[in-house]
Write a protein that binds this ligand. Structure first.
Ligand SMILES: [Zn+2]
Length: 91
């Protein structure tokens, strides 16, 4: 039965489940946001949220993103800025 299930992961922002290939995998290393490098704990962001992060700059959205990232990284830093840089580099 387990084989019939697709490997679903939850986006940390919208909490929707997606297939792993439809997600961007990131991690927090030395209090810095980096693309996942097969080591340690990771988290996922879907492409829908990527679009939102890249295009939307409203305070409400920004704070929500920031809060999710702080929760994953366990501390407070300029994670939204770092995230935007990673997403832009990935093009
Ligand atoms: Zn999402």
């Amino acid at each position: 039965l387990a084989n019939l299930k697709k490997c679903l992961r939850t986006c940390i922002f919208c909490r929707k489940k997606h297939e792993q290939k439809e997600l961007i995998r990131l991690k927090c290393e030395d209090k810095k946001l980096v693309p996942y490098n097969n080591d340690g704990r990771s988290f996922y962001i879907c492409y829908e949220c990527k679009e939102i992060i890249e295009s939307n700059t409203s305070q409400k959205v920004y704070r929500r993103i920031e809060r999710s990232l702080m929760k994953e990284c366990k501390n407070n830093d300029k994670y939204v800025v770092q995230l935007k840089e990673i997403l832009t580099d990935g093009r």
